[in-house]
Design a protein around this ligand. Structure first.
Ligand SMILES: Nc1ncnc2c1ncn2[C@@H]1O[C@H](COP(=O)(O)OP(=O)(O)OP(=O)(O)O)[C@@H](O)[C@H]1O
Ligand SMILES: [Mg+2]
Length: 395
């Protein structure tokens, strides 16, 4: 059967044909090995931490397999449902119920049926998981409300002693304290840190995938897409899929990924992302309470305030997920016309701090930056990609 592009490049699901196994730069061991090893240690909880869209969920699915994995999202803890009840439900066990038994009435042939209530206990649920060899993955733990995280950690602490196997997946810096800095769990944790993807590994997705589809791609073209993917395999998969769609629509029936296609593919890819409000909020900055902001004239003859300039500087070439203050300042100064006065260092730093504050007050999708100790971290690669290629970058 001939493969279709959407089977090969799968930005939102398990990439059966383009799964890449990579090694941790720190341990030099494949991540699959690290995770299988961690799961095998009885009595330990595995904490898997890594930046957004780096393949944490896919790694769990690959290593555990779909027949043994039971996935719960941190967001599932937003309701009132008790922890073990959720753990039971996700494994297909009814927590509470009725069963009827038939009894013979003494000295007759008549039967009567008796309804009995049952309720699964935590012990029974743990037994079931052990017997069926199931592994609980609590994914996106950062979505669980703060107070629930501690409760979950306590429940897990007790369960893992009895052979229950669980992996907690979360983003770095936020939310993993309930697990990693929990004194009760110390000495009982297997820690795995997922690092950002290297260009070399990302390139493989394009090479293998286009190879499967009999589409030719030069090494340097795969390299360009990999750089633009900002260390995210998901972006790589998205861009490659869109390239296929563009090729399919092209009547000249080309079977080569040409460089001229790339920008169109990048722009089409941003259509899937919803960062318009985030970019608008950043450009607007905090409320000025009626005061006018300083405006700077740029080399292209437009006028922007400092917040707009910061947004523009982040989007500049080359794409970077981590910018030190000097780089930001240089990029801003480069944008501004030679004849125009430049903003002070102090002003740039203050605006960065205010931007971060502004974004942190909002919903999760707004948490795209972290300005910390003189370095600006872009937390969400899709956001930076949107900034570079989305409709929002003009003025
Ligand atoms: N090992 C891999 N090889 C190829 N593609 C991958 C790999 N891992 C992830 N991807 C691609 O990246 C996408 C996102 O991966 P995944 O959902 O596992 O990321 P995540 O780190 O769990 O993200 P989030 O922080 O949003 O939960 C996958 O749907 C897949 O397209
Ligand atoms: Mg995930």
């Amino acid at each position: 059967m001939e493969l279709r592009a959407e089977d090969v490049f799968r930005p939102g699901a398990f990439p059966e044909y383009t799964y890449i196994s990579r090694k941790s730069a720190v341990s030099n061991l494949p991540y699959e090995f690290r995770l299988s090893q961690a799961i095998k240690v009885s009595g330990f909880l595995t904490s898997l931490v890594g930046p957004s869209k780096m393949g944490k969920t896919i790694l769990c699915e690959k290593v555990i397999g779909f027949d043994r994995i039971v996935e719960i999202s941190g967001a599932d803890f937003n309701g009132d449902m008790e922890f073990w009840r959720l753990v039971a439900a996700k494994a297909g066990l009814a927590y509470k119920g009725q069963f009827s038994t038939e009894h013979l009435i003494a000295d007759t042939q008549d039967k009567y049926s008796k309804k009995e209530e049952y309720s699964l206990t935590k012990d029974k649920i743990i037994d079931y998981y052990n017997k069926e060899n199931l592994i609980l993955v609590i994914d996106d733990f950062h979505y669980a409300p703060g107070e629930k995280r501690m409760l979950v950690a306590q429940q897990l602490k007790d369960a893992i002693r009895r052979g229950f196997k669980a992996i907690v997946v979360s983003l770095p810096h936020r939310s993993d304290e309930a697990i990693r800095q929990n004194a009760d769990l110390s000495g009982r944790l297997s820690l795995i840190n997922i690092e950002a993807w290297k260009v070399e590994d990302l390139k493989e997705i394009a090479k293998i995938g286009f190879g499967k589809l009999n589409i030719h791609i030069e090494d340097n073209v795969a390299q360009m897409i990999a750089v633009e993917s900002l260390s995210s395999p998901q972006l790589m998969q998205y861009i490659c899929l869109n390239i296929c769609t563009i090729l399919e629509m092209d009547s000249s029936n080309q079977d080569t990924v040409r460089v001229e296609l790339l920008e169109t593919a990048y722009r089409y890819t941003t259509a899937n992302f919803e960062y318009g409000d985030v970019v608008a909020l950043m450009k607007k900055g905090p409320n000025t309470r009626g005061k006018n902001r300083n405006l700077f004239t740029t080399k292209d003859g437009n006028e922007y305030d400092l917040y707009e300039l910061i947004v523009k500087s982040i989007a500049e070439n080359p794409p970077m997920m981590k910018l030190d203050f000097d780089t930001i300042r240089k990029r801003i100064n480069e944008l501004i016309a030679d004849t125009c006065k430049k903003p002070t260092q102090q002003a740039i730093k203050e605006s960065l701090a205010k931007l971060q504050e502004l974004l942190n007050e909002r919903e999760d999708i707004f948490k795209v930056l972290d300005w910390k100790e003189g370095i600006l971290y872009i937390l969400d690669p899709l956001f930076l990609f949107y900034l570079r290629w989305g409709g929002g970058q003009e003025g």
